[in-house]
Write a protein of this length. Structure first.
Length: 376
């Protein structure tokens, strides 16, 4: 027996106006300090019902840690919201999920958030995710990443009960996303679509979502990255990224995420840049087990990027949009890389992404794959 889990998805231009229709009276908005100072959070507040009160909690850095969650939680408890709205990229939406769980159950410890035991949430409030990037898929997932700064690692919490009730995909929220963030987050989405398609937990629902997600993203990405994208192009990439998120949250990811999580935690590089860095070489390694599935995905690439195999098509696309293809291009020197190599390999080997990777790679193969991405 299997399940397919999804929030209710509201999408398209003007979808933020949906917030008028669900009886919100007290909204706690969880976001980061940059977005709080921008007009984006203001758009969400203006979309709330006229008589609703709202409070913005923005004391989070891009990768929230437990202390930040705890210090914001006090304010949320005092505000007593009936809805919690995560506005931002993956970090803000993940922070909102954790705060939602801990607001609902004040005795809950953060590592009690596991799929193994029922949490009994939704007694006081419900949860909405409004992504402001097109990539992480956090709005559709029942996982949340929390950083442990001392140990330079990220831990994933998961429970079906932290899946948002609603995901609102309004392209107005991403229309002015800067180029670099557009590239990094869309590369993350492409990696979700590909890794979920070849995950050992792939299934008919995730397959269909991955294929359509790639078609939507690849069909409009260059226009969007190069600033020629209209709202319709942004809308297609936004929906595609969310579909890729829905796909991997119902099937899992693989080794590019295992290496990327480790690399991002050690070198403080954006998540999408980190996973994309390893994707082409991981595809090359995994082709031993997934050649036919990769060929199917390769056929979805537009003519202008399609090469003889998926690895080459990805490299061509990444070169065009400015995604680094090597560790060197990502700005990490050889010495720095060498001194962290073993830590990176062992962090990657511990990652859950290795469990569902289609090819069972050993430590030596992971190290060799990493070294093929050096570029020195
Ligand atoms: Fe990702």
């Amino acid at each position: 027996m299997w399940y397919f889990r999804s929030p209710q998805i509201v999408y398209g231009p003007d979808s933020l106006s949906f917030l008028q229709t669900i009886g919100i009276s007290r909204a706690a908005i969880i976001t980061d300090s940059t977005l709080a100072a921008s007009g984006i959070v203001q758009k969400v507040i203006q979309s709330l019902p006229e008589n609703a009160s709202s409070k913005v909690f923005s004391g989070f850095s891009p990768e929230p840690d437990f202390l930040q969650i705890k210090s914001n939680l006090e304010g949320v408890n005092a505000f007593r919201p009936d809805w919690i709205i995560g506005v931002g990229g993956g970090s803000s939406m993940d922070a909102a999920k954790i705060i939602f769980a801990m607001y609902e159950k004040p005795d809950l410890q953060v590592y009690d958030i596991t799929p193994l035991s029922p949490l009994g949430l939704r007694k006081k409030s419900r949860l909405i995710a409004v992504p402001t990037t097109s990539g992480t898929g956090s709005e559709c997932s029942w996982a949340a990443v929390i950083s442990e700064r001392e140990e330079k690692r990220k831990n994933e919490l998961a429970s079906p009960e932290i899946l948002p009730d609603y995901a609102i995909l309004d392209p107005e929220m991403v229309i002015n996303l800067p180029r670099q963030q557009t590239v990094s987050t869309s590369v993350d989405a492409i990696t979700h679509a590909i890794e979920s398609y070849t995950s050992s937990w792939n299934n008919p629902y995730s397959d269909a979502l991955s294929e359509k997600a790639l078609e939507l993203i690849l069909g409009s990405l260059v226009q969007v990255v190069e600033g020629n994208g209209d709202i319709e192009s942004r809308d297609r990439v936004h929906i595609g990224a969310s579909m890729a998120g829905l796909s991997f949250s119902n099937s899992q990811i693989g080794m590019a995420h295992a290496l990327g999580h480790a690399f991002g935690a050690i070198f403080k590089k954006p998540h999408g840049t980190s996973v994309g860095l390893f994707l082409p070489e991981v595809v090359a390694l995994n082709s031993r087990a997934s050649r036919e599935r990769y060929d199917r995905l390769n056929r979805i690439f537009p003519d202008s990027f399609r090469e003889g195999n998926l690895q080459s098509s990805l490299k061509k696309l990444f070169a065009r949009i400015g995604q680094p293809l090597t560790v060197k291009e990502a700005g990490i020197g050889r010495k720095e890389m060498e001194s962290n190599r073993d830590a990176l390999v062992s962090l990657a080997m511990e990652s859950t992404g290795m469990l569902t990777n289609p090819y069972e790679a050993g430590t030596d193969e992971v190290r060799e794959t990493l070294e093929r991405c050096y570029g020195y």
